[in-house]
Design a protein around this ligand. Structure first.
Ligand SMILES: Cc1cc2nc3c(=O)[nH]c(=O)nc-3n(C[C@H](O)[C@H](O)[C@H](O)COP(=O)(O)O)c2cc1C
Length: 191
């Protein structure tokens, strides 16, 4: 099994990473770790978009610009680690999504114009933590779930969240351990 671990957390003592690492360390598998902060993935500009459009039209998928998309499409399990920022997730994760969402690699259009997912993964796990309460799951997890299910063909999407970590009265250790118990349940399913 090949795991793709996409990390959008940036703090050295990230609580989101703590939960995600708890999960990752318990799955014996080949692991590819992408720390987005180290990758310098740019948002699509016109030059990049034109290059990508030309290459996908010509089915020239050997170009280096497609390596993130190929890793995503070929993984058996995808873990996305993203702190809750500004009601959603860090922009670097959106840049990553723009980069991997390539027609012909992670999805394709059928003759009827419908989207068909081309990803191998059976499951995607989204892990987040927040300072306060998550006002709506739709802007972070919900968006990733929609993409995974409707564009990438990954039907099984799991969600682990730990909230209120920046609130003074919170028992942070207790909240994190509760999230790790949720990870244990997901692990039972994977093993
Ligand atoms: C730029 C930024 C934006 C944030 N926006 C929110 C927010 O909208 N709502 C919230 O509850 N917490 C927000 N927080 C708090 C983080 O979600 C919280 O501290 C989280 O646990 C950080 O994850 P980490 O420990 O993995 O870095 C924000 C933190 C930062 C740095």
């Amino acid at each position: 099994m090949k795991i793709l671990y996409v990390n959008a957390s940036v703090r050295p003592d990230s609580r989101t990473q703590r939960i995600a690492k708890y999960l990752l360390d318990r799955i014996p598998a080949e692991k590819k770790i992408i720390n987005l902060e180290e990758e310098d993935i740019r948002p699509l500009n016109n030059e990049l978009l034109e290059l990508r459009t030309r290459l996908t039209a010509e089915k020239e998928f050997d170009n280096a610009i497609f390596h993130y998309a190929k890793d995503y499409a070929g993984a058996d399990l995808i873990i996305i680690v993203a702190p809750y920022w500004d009601l959603s997730f860090p922009a670097m994760l959106k840049n990553y999504i723009e980069t991997i969402n390539v027609n012909g690699i992670v999805f394709r259009y059928t003759d009827k114009g419908e989207v068909e997912g081309l990803c191998k993964a059976k499951k995607l796990i989204y892990i987040t933590t927040s300072g306060g309460k998550i006002v709506s799951d739709e802007y972070g997890f919900g968006y990733i779930k929609e993409l995974a299910q409707n564009f990438h063909g990954i039907k099984d999407v799991e969600y682990i969240k730990a909230e209120k970590l920046d609130i003074e009265e919170s028992n942070i250790e207790e909240i994190l351990q509760k999230a790790e118990k949720e990870a244990d349940k997901i692990l039972e399913d994977i093993k």
